[in-house]
Design a protein. Sequence first.
Length: 163
Amino acid sequence: MKFTKRLLIVAALPLILSGCGGAVKGLQAGVAKLGEGIRIAAAAPYNKVGSQWRGKPISKFQDKFGAPTNRSNSGDAAVLTWQRSRVVRIPARTYVDESIEGNWIIRKRRYVPEHDEDVSCTLALTAKGGAIAQVKTLDDVPVPVGEDGLFPASTSACQIVFG
């Protein structure tokens, strides 16, 4: 991760110094989109909302989660978007941060006590004939639910909110 940040700084610094504002904005947008894609991919193994709701009536989803935040049409299908958030309890965790200073590798252990955190999820549902045909995750993040360990237990924010 640190290597990627340094690479981005090396790639973006000449553009900033030369005054290529449009190129810098394009690079920033690309990096932001890449980060968003990585976040969604990290939560994908825990997100089972698509398999839970596909084929069920869209009215049942609306009864449970209220009106959609956005509506649009894609050909003969309606695309309905929901964005919801929920406060969840995050267990206490110990994080290890690593940095390289010259020939030294510095490791810092950071303890974060148990706390509440606001997590949100954005889903786009495609409805055909009153039934949910496709569930697309637009925004999601993995949420830790287990204790520290080699592979701590996690779940998806979308699974918590819409599951």
